[in-house]
Ligand binder design. Structure first.
Ligand SMILES: Nc1ncnc2c1ncn2[C@@H]1O[C@H](COP(=O)(O)OP(=O)(O)OP(=O)(O)O)[C@@H](O)[C@H]1O
Length: 238
């Protein structure tokens, strides 16, 4: 296998005395969709936030495209090509759709490239184009999720980490979110996906990791995890 695009090595993270991640290691190759499966409180968000420089792990390393990005501030991790669609969407409610999207653009980037990226986002999400002057806080939950994804794309990431992108959305919108994730992957983006909808996430993923109490307990091809007894009992309710 060629060198992984993202490599996480033996991460430990603490909140005070409480250990949230214990020796977590994983790899994502260019072009993969990798799902992280785990119960509430298993450490999935903590893992994403550690990769993105929001949390500061006590031990371990994060490599992106061969560069050690451990301890980098979030904005530099973004500039390096790692996007993050955070849990709860977190759009700026009083800013318009277009202003939210502009917030996602990397400051150093040339205007022309930014315009091209904006056109691409609007082509992917026509509803955002129609509502470009509307305050983001007045959009539906699904539209806000599209905006959060669009804003992330404005940074031209090579890898996107999604934290519960379908949380709280209506079933038809949930399907739409999964279609978008798959499409982004088909267009060449590498994806790290954390989803409470375990069945749907393992169906679109190439590989998966099961995180329990801050430790990776199981990993393998997504198709194998879907048929694994432990996964079926604990996460698929089968
Ligand atoms: N800022 C924080 N301060 C203290 N403890 C935290 C903080 N954030 C998370 N934790 C704790 O760390 C553990 C892992 O939480 P995390 O949010 O990473 O889990 P998760 O798998 O993403 O769960 P969920 O699906 O509920 O978001 C939990 O026990 C949680 O209570």
């Amino acid at each position: 296998m060629s060198a992984p695009l993202l490599q996480v090595e033996t991460l430990d993270l603490y909140y005070g005395d409480a250990q949230a991640l214990a020796g977590v290691s994983l790899q994502i190759a260019q072009g993969e969709i990798v799902a992280i499966v785990g119960a509430n409180g298993a450490g999935k968000s903590s893992l994403i936030r550690s990769i993105h420089g929001i949390e500061k792990p006590a031990r371990g390393q994060v490599w992106f495209d061969g560069t050690d990005i451990t301890g980098w501030p979030s904005y530099r991790v973004c500039e390096a090509g790692v996007g993050h669609v955070a849990e709860g969407r977190q759009v700026f409610p009083n800013l318009s759709v277009i202003e939210n999207l502009e917030m996602g653009a990397t400051p150093k980037r040339a205007r022309a490239l930014e315009k091209q990226t904006l056109e691409r986002v609007f082509a992917m999400f026509p509803r955002l184009a129609e509502r470009r002057r509307q305050a983001a806080g007045t959009l539906s939950g699904g539209e806000q999720q599209m905006l959060a994804i669009g804003r992330c794309l404005m940074g031209q990431p090579r890898l996107i980490m999604f934290d519960e992108p379908s949380l709280g959305l209506a079933p038809t919108i949930v399907q739409e979110v999964f279609r978008i994730v798959r499409r982004l992957n088909e267009e060449g983006l590498t994806i790290l996906l954390v989803e409470q909808n375990v069945m749907a996430s393992l169906r679109i993923a190439h590989r998966g990791y099961v995180l329990e109490n801050g430790r990776i307990e199981l990993e393998g091809p997504a198709a194998d995890l879907l048929t694994n007894d432990r996964v079926r009992q604990a996460y698929l309710g089968l």
